[in-house]
Design a protein around this ligand. Structure first.
Ligand code: DP6
Length: 357
């Protein structure tokens, strides 16, 4: 079956008045997606793996307003948000052939995030994940199981990292010769059992800079196409992916920390060596990283940092020693956070249907 046939299957044509509401978590990559293959749409240059963040999520309601030419209204926190329309228009153009019923409906999309705006936390993974879940739910007959592969496939066309937000286990996106079933088109759950050492972790996002990024992720990805170190990076990421899958199964916390931190620094090294180069870390990003290293060395506690495409630091830690780690955060890291802000989330979580009030 070709991809168009495979991903354009649906069981019902949604009618005017149909409505559905879902929440979807954000995610944080342990091995990073950075760079896209040329000649495809949203095809990653290397495989990546992430953890969902169950407490940082978007909730989206989609309803069919009327029949006619395709159109949509987008509302964020109860207000129209025209600045999101170009990204969403591009998303709908890309997915139209896979959801042909969209061609003759007008949608109302109402979204909220449970994390505050102006924190520098990207909401696109959670937002596009929740929207794609709603669309697939609308075209699924009652009582039938949602096609999560299609949800992930559609989300990817909105924002690559979004396709990894559908799974409570670690999610792998991108073809890897070592992972059976892995695909460039959608994410899959890690096939192995996750070791108990990694079942009780949290992510505390330390808000270093709540402002808009100077270079968007989409622009950043495109700079990999003529990057002098690109092929070495893609090979290294593929190797790290294979190692990380092994580590999540065998419970080697030390190796986990090494891969996660190296991946974060490589991501930013690629930014700093792009043509043109740019820098998204801030002095407080480095101060936090150094404080984490010092604290880890003196206590031996299992914790590490990672970064996404911004200045904020994600502190990943095993919750067994949560009290000690929270004291460390409050006493030593808060001074580096903008307005003393940080947000914590459990690891895991998948989209959830929200009952209509
Ligand atoms: C640094 O998924 O935001 O967070 O596909 O262009 O929407 P687009 O990019 P996006 O890239 C995020 C990359 C990252 C690393 C990761 O999540 O793997």
């Amino acid at each position: 079956m070709d991809n168009l046939t495979r991903f354009s299957e649906f069981s019902v044509t949604p009618l005017v008045g149909s409505t559905t509401k879902w929440s979807c978590p954000s995610n944080i990559a342990l091995v990073k997606y950075w760079g896209k293959k040329s000649g495809g749409t949203q095809i990653p240059a290397n495989p990546s793996i992430s953890w969902s963040l169950s407490d940082l999520k978007s909730t989206t309601n989609v309803s069919i307003l009327s029949q006619g030419d395709f159109g949509f209204e987008f509302w964020l926190d109860g207000k129209p948000k025209p600045s999101f329309e170009p990204k969403l228009t591009e998303f709908f153009q890309r997915i139209m052939e896979f959801c042909p019923w969209l061609k003759s409906v007008k949608l109302k999309i109402e979204s909220t995030n449970n994390f505050p705006h102006g924190t520098g936390i990207a909401s696109s993974a959670a937002g596009l994940g929740a929207l794609s879940t709603c669309l697939v739910d609308l075209e699924t007959a009652e009582g039938q199981e949602i096609n999560w592969e299609k949800v992930s496939f559609l989300s990817r066309l909105g924002s690559g990292s979004a396709c990894r937000s559908m799974f409570s286990k670690p999610a792998i996106w991108g073809e890897s010769s070592t992972i059976e079933g892995s695909s460039d088109l959608f994410a899959v759950e890690i096939p192995s059992t996750v070791h108990s050492n990694f079942l009780n972790w949290e992510d505390c996002v330390l808000i270093v800079d709540a402002g808009e990024k100077s270079v968007s992720s989409t622009q950043g990805h495109s700079l990999l196409s003529n990057h002098p170190y690109a092929s070495a990076r893609f090979e290294m990421a593929s190797r790290n992916l294979t190692s990380m899958v092994g580590v999540l199964e065998n419970g080697d916390t030390k190796a986990f920390i090494e891969i996660v931190e190296s991946e974060a620094l490589q991501l930013h090294a690629m930014m700093q060596t792009s043509v043109p180069y740019y820098l998204l870390m801030r002095p407080n990003t480095l101060a936090i990283i150094e404080a984490i290293w010092k604290f880890r060395e003196s206590t031996g506690l299992p914790l590490c940092f990672t970064l996404d495409a911004g200045a904020n630091v994600h502190l990943l830690y095993n919750c067994e020693k949560k009290l000690d780690i929270m004291n460390f955060v409050e006493e030593q890291l808060l001074p580096y956070c903008e307005s003393g802000r940080y947000l914590c989330s459990s690891i895991g979580g998948a989209p959830k249907r929200i009952a209509n009030e």
